[in-house]
Design a protein around this ligand. Sequence first.
Ligand SMILES: NC(=O)c1ccc[n+]([C@@H]2O[C@H](COP(=O)([O-])OP(=O)(O)OC[C@H]3O[C@@H](n4cnc5c(N)ncnc54)[C@H](O)[C@@H]3O)[C@@H](O)[C@H]2O)c1
Length: 283
Amino acid sequence: MEIKKVMVIGAGQMGGGIAQVCAQAGFDVKLNDIKEESFEKGLAVITKNLSRNVEKGRMTEDEKNAVLGRITKSLDLQDASDVDIVIEAAVENMDIKKSIFKQLDGIAPAHAILATNTSSLPITEIAAVTKRPENVIGMHYMNPVPVMKLVEIIRGLATSNEVYQAVEDMTRKLSKTPVEVNDFPGFVANRVLMPMINEAIYTLYEGVASKEAIDEVMKLGMNHPMGPLQLADFIGLDTCLYIMETLHEGFGDSKYRPCPLLRKYVNAGWLGKKSGRGFYEYS
Ligand SMILES: NC(=O)c1ccc[n+]([C@@H]2O[C@H](COP(=O)([O-])OP(=O)(O)OC[C@H]3O[C@@H](n4cnc5c(N)ncnc54)[C@H](O)[C@@H]3O)[C@@H](O)[C@H]2O)c1
């Protein structure tokens, strides 16, 4: 199964990054969003990233323009009618993802792979709304996509070996490292990472230390490049909350209960870096 044409759904921080690395690897990419302004914002970030690469001598201006030339705007899911793979990176919400996959199932060619970049939602449940669950798979990139090497590849219950292999091969073409994981809440990355972030928020909530102190302890003490509260801001607090709720519901274990402070921030619209304010302020 050869993949040439790609559609990425959601031009936010993840979808934009995925579109960028796919276009850099020579794939034709349709970048889809429901909002034109989100597409424009996503394209502006991609252009800025590529310009930085030119400034640092990592690519030429011609190469940058060729990469940008491989990305086309899409505001309509019907554009999936001739692609080989769709990589969905819309918001972390099961109802939205199910609606997108159901529509795609009726639009994308029969051979097309439907992949999701979900951080934690069950691949098997998303696959079940389609008539091609063997072609549905998790392709979980890390943030920031152009920098991070790992892609967790998650097999749903029905994912075929052929589809798994095609996605693993594509991941290597993107110069990334695929790691095979089975479909359980949070997979591996977020099952381990999110409870740590949630616990850091509890530590702040209970007044054990200031946000700066918590982040400093984890940076200097554990050699993490970034503290957990700053990392939560970068991931997006809405995404963090949604993942904790998925773990909580999926395992039915109270150790995964989301910290009330996290919920409060999300309700206030303090979503982290993308909204200008989370645990820290961003201008
Ligand atoms: N942020 C992270 O660090 C991270 C890491 C790995 C995976 N993820 C996952 O990637 C996905 C996207 O996260 P993000 O951080 O890029 O979110 P984001 O909020 O930055 O971007 C989401 C984009 O999807 C668009 N969108 C919403 N509904 C849509 C629809 N029906 N059709 C098309 N576009 C739609 C929005 O307009 C927005 O541009 C989520 O599932 C998230 O869990 C996030």
